[in-house]
Design a protein. Structure first.
Length: 317
């Protein structure tokens, strides 16, 4: 089967890693895959793509600054010639919203079926520009199948976009792999730590919706209560500097560790005593399933997908 995946960006983050897992799974089963990235792409994520996959990067500016489908189509004509020449069995849209350019590209590409993978809450963001809302509505009305990562995500978004509830859908949770089956070469080592101290891990991009600042404040309260732990946060993002300042102000420089992006988060989860997710927005938190697969309990906010995997008092809270 010939499949084209259209995404608005290919940078380190949960949505891209989820699409990457799907690409690897599909290629292992012999499908012919093409990835079309309309916006920014990071070298590190491009290196992770499976060999043999066809890649097209348009590197277009953010869709929020574009006006009108006609102008977008004119500018895309040359860039999309290679894709236009193909006829795909399925065109898959992943993490398109709220980017008008990504929506336009998805609608333009030819396929016998159109599938929308609903990964996150991009549809819940306030959309004031009529053109952007029209583009997003056109995508919803133009797909044959919806694949959400959780039923909770569909329910949360249907009140804003009623068309979602009417679409045929198949819920496919984020696929997870066993880190013990992955090659050890190039894997960064785990930190050394006093075994007497509990180890908490959070795997999240350092952005406002992930609420890593809330983790810092909880850690400070634990310390005031006489509970000493090491808390490791795996991820990077625009909030790093603010979080470092807050950490210093709370006196947690030697206990709350901003580890940056790590290529072996499952190994960290496996060695942790607890995994914490403080996000206010998730489609379906893959890290919850990965942590549970490693036998590590989870404390998580009641974001989409979380309650579907956690059993109170058994594997988390």
């Amino acid at each position: 089967m010939k499949l084209l995946f259209v995404v608005r960006e290919w940078t380190e983050g949960g949505a891209a890693f989820l699409i990457l897992r799907h690409l690897c799974w599909l290629q292992d089963r012999g499908h012919d895959l093409t990835l079309l990235v309309t916006g920014p792409a990071s070298p590190g994520m491009l290196e992770r793509l499976p060999p043999g996959l066809q890649l097209h990067c348009l590197c277009m500016p953010g869709g929020l600054r574009w006006r009108g489908f006609a102008r977008i189509h004119r500018l895309l004509n040359a860039a999309l010639q290679a894709v236009d020449a193909q006829r795909y069995d399925v065109v898959v849209g992943g993490s398109l919203f709220p980017d008008k350019a990504a929506c336009a590209v998805f609608l333009r590409c030819h396929g016998r079926k159109r599938v929308l993978v609903l990964l996150d809450e991009g549809l819940i963001l306030p959309v004031r520009a009529p053109g952007i809302r029209a583009a997003m509505t056109a995508v919803i009305n133009g797909v044959d199948l919806l694949i959400p990562v959780s039923e909770g995500l569909v329910q949360a978004l249907s009140s804003i976009w009623p068309g979602l509830a009417r679409l045929p859908r198949t819920v496919i949770p984020p696929p997870i792999a066993d880190h013990r089956q992955e090659p050890a070469q190039g894997i960064s080592p785990l930190p050394s730590r006093p075994r007497a101290l509990p180890m908490i891990v959070t795997v999240a991009r350092l952005s406002s919706e992930k609420r890593v600042d809330a983790c810092l404040n909880v850690h400070a309260r634990l310390c005031r209560s006489g509970i000493d732990v090491h808390w490791h946060v795996l991820g990077d993002g625009p909030e790093r500097n603010r979080l470092m300042r807050l950490r210093r102000r709370l006196g947690l420089d030697h206990r709350f560790h901003l580890e940056g992006f790590r290529d072996n988060p499952r190994a960290w989860m496996h060695n942790a005593d607890l995994m914490v997710l403080a996000s206010v927005s998730e489609g379906c938190p893959t890290v919850v399933r990965e942590s549970l697969a490693e036998g590590t309990p989870v404390i998580a906010t009641a974001v989409n997908g979380g309650p579907e995997w956690l059993t109170e008092g058994v594997n988390g809270h």
